[in-house]
Design a protein around this ligand. Structure first.
Ligand code: PHB
Ligand code: FE
Length: 334
């Protein structure tokens, strides 16, 4: 493999005939053509294996994995490949959490320092994303991922993550969204009232008593399936997001997480986290709440742009407490 001018940890070839570079990480390699991303690996007993994903699906998943710093636990790109976040290091796997492939012994899992896999994924995302394609946008709001290499879209794939320190709209914190700040109301939310609540704090409490219009804030999201932090109390993270089409990853959390469906509808496919065996379909309508057990993986489908509040307990202790049986992997036991 020819090494080009990527950061030191990134192994990439010179561009091939279609204009894209090939990348490799351990015994995994990545190749894109006009329509597909091809992942190749060597099985545990030394056999060559490969897997193919649509290039758009691959880049939408890769975008989330990169932007979320590998997220909580498992980010399955599909039923075969994905990552597990260990918070200092990250596993890259193929088939390891697919019951059939695991049983056939054709899987592979390798652990990498977070910096190395991040640098490789960032370089691949940048090289493989063409000028007209925004992997964070709803399919109806972006051009196609397909075709030969055609420019790049670095600004759209390096958006800053919107993370409030305490609460959106407080002094020195994440700003409210507005037309002036480049966040117009989305076509699907034209009827959402934009008025802000009245605040009457006692003198001296202006930076403590606070409220904002969360529906208005969400109506102005430019991206889909990308939770932002709107309020943070210790490890209680309120992460609302606007959803259209499907969650580009299948998430297997290392803790319980909560969903509050704030508008419209999302249907969730839930499956066993280790094997992918289907477990449940959950239809959430506006006003519904659900908790996803830590033993499942889940993927949402939102036929119309909707508002979803994801609530995470971000404590770094939880995965270990669950492993030791000291914290439950479900929200409630009856
Ligand atoms: C999730 O994995 O639970 C998840 C991720 C992103 C979203 C919504 C839910 O936008
Ligand atoms: Fe999740």
């Amino acid at each position: 493999m020819t090494i080009t001018t990527e950061p030191a940890q990134v192994r990439a070839t010179a561009p091939h005939a279609l204009g894209y570079k090939d990348f490799s990480l351990g015994a995994f390699s990545f190749h894109r053509d006009e329509y597909f991303a091809h992942v190749r690996w060597t099985t545990r007993d030394g056999r060559p294996m490969s897997h193919t994903l649509d290039a758009g699906d691959f880049l939408r998943a890769l975008m989330r994995d990169v932007a979320w710093g590998f997220f909580y636990g498992w980010v399955n790109f599909d039923d075969v490949i994905g990552t597990v976040n260990h918070y200092q290091s990250v596993d890259l796997y193929a088939g390891s959490f697919n019951g059939t492939m695991k049983e056939a012994g054709i899987d592979r899992l390798e652990n990498f320092p977070t910096d190395q896999i991040r640098a490789t994924f960032e370089a691949m995302l940048d090289d493989w994303t063409n000028a007209g394609f925004d992997p964070f946008a709803a399919p109806q709001e972006t051009g196609s991922a397909h075709g030969r290499k055609n420019g790049s879209n670095t600004a759209k794939i390096t958006r800053a993550r919107e993370l409030a320190k305490r609460c959106v709209g407080l002094k020195d914190d994440l700003n409210l969204r507005s037309d002036e700040r480049g966040a117009p109301v989305n076509r699907a939310f034209a009827d959402v009232p934009q008025a802000q609540p009245e605040l009457h704090p006692e003198p001296g409490f202006e930076n403590e008593v606070h409220a904002f219009n969360l529906f208005g804030f969400l109506s102005r999201s430019q991206v889909t399936w990308n939770p932002s932090f709107t309020s943070v109390v210790k490890y209680s993270f309120m992460c609302p997001t606007t959803e259209e089409h499907k969650l580009p990853i299948i998430h297997g959390n290392d803790r319980v997480e909560w969903f509050f469906q704030m508008s419209d509808e999302i249907v969730w496919n839930c499956a066993d986290k280790n094997t992918g065996k289907p477990m449940a379909r959950v239809l959430m309508k506006a006003g519904d709440m659900a908790a996803m057990p830590a033993y499942c993986r889940h993927q949402g489908f939102s036929p119309k742009r909707s508002m979803l509040l994801v609530w995470e307990n971000g404590s770094p202790k939880i995965p270990e407490l669950i492993r030791q049986g000291k914290a439950p992997d479900v929200a409630v036991s009856f």
